[in-house]
Design a protein around this ligand. Structure first.
Ligand SMILES: C[S@@+](CC[C@H](N)C(=O)[O-])C[C@H]1O[C@@H](n2cnc3c(N)ncnc32)[C@H](O)[C@@H]1O
Length: 200
């Protein structure tokens, strides 16, 4: 299944996927197609792994852009760095060890990535595939409230696992709080929500 994306991006080595944890091939195709067509400068990711490798490869093919990947698990951050190195892609992505810490949004507590080490960039593409759903209810909800001000005027957000009830609720919360976001649900193996940002 990962063969098709590997071929499409002209990668020679097998992709280091971890069953159940790595993004599914159809989600990787969606984000890589977007990246190759729109050539974003700054891509920020919530969770690192195969998505990081694929997006970094797209930046290499584009000869443009860079991925900043927030990863709470230091062992997963290290593994992604090693994979990037093995594929010669380390200059196209930086994996930031960003432990989860308490953030309060609308009087509710969430455990979400520490943003101290995230460079001040204008984000053109945001990919949300973490924190893991088991950490708490609505685990991925803080992504937009915490990063909205850093999103560029015409940016896009890809949320993985959007077929799950938890993610459907998160998307509803975002749409209520940010009515200018446009939304499309894309039928993939695990569901993808594509949100487009239009700031005036
Ligand atoms: C759904 S995974 C997504 C990782 C990445 N986007 C990818 O496509 O490979 C979300 C998070 O789960 C954690 N994780 C990754 N592999 C794991 C494993 N084997 N067991 C437990 N947690 C894992 C990491 O912290 C990762 O950021």
């Amino acid at each position: 299944m990962y063969q098709s994306i590997r071929d499409k991006l002209h990668l020679e080595a097998d992709l280091p996927y971890i069953e159940h944890w790595s993004a599914a091939p159809d989600f990787l195709e969606l984000i890589s197609d977007h990246c190759l067509e729109y050539r974003p400068n700054n891509i920020v990711e919530c969770s690192s792994g195969l998505t990081t490798l694929i997006l970094a490869r797209c930046c290499q093919l584009n000869d443009k852009g860079r991925v900043l990947s927030l990863e709470n698990g230091s062992e997963y951050a290290e593994k992604t760095r090693e994979d990037l190195k093995a594929f010669g892609l380390e200059q196209y992505a930086e994996v930031i060890h960003a432990p989860l810490h308490e953030v309060i949004i609308n009087s509710r507590e969430y455990a979400w990535y520490h943003l101290e080490a995230l460079h001040a960039v204008s984000i053109d593409m945001l990919v949300i595939d973490g924190p893991s759903g088991f950490t708490q209810k609505h685990a991925r909800y803080p992504a937009i409230p915490m990063l909205y001000d850093r999103l560029s005027h015409e940016s896009v957000i890809y949320l993985d696992d959007a077929s799950r009830e938890d993610e459907k609720e998160i998307v509803e919360m975002w749409r209520k709080e940010y009515p200018s976001l446009s939304h499309a649900h894309i039928e993939t193996e695990r569901g993808c929500s594509l949100l487009s940002v239009h700031k005036t």
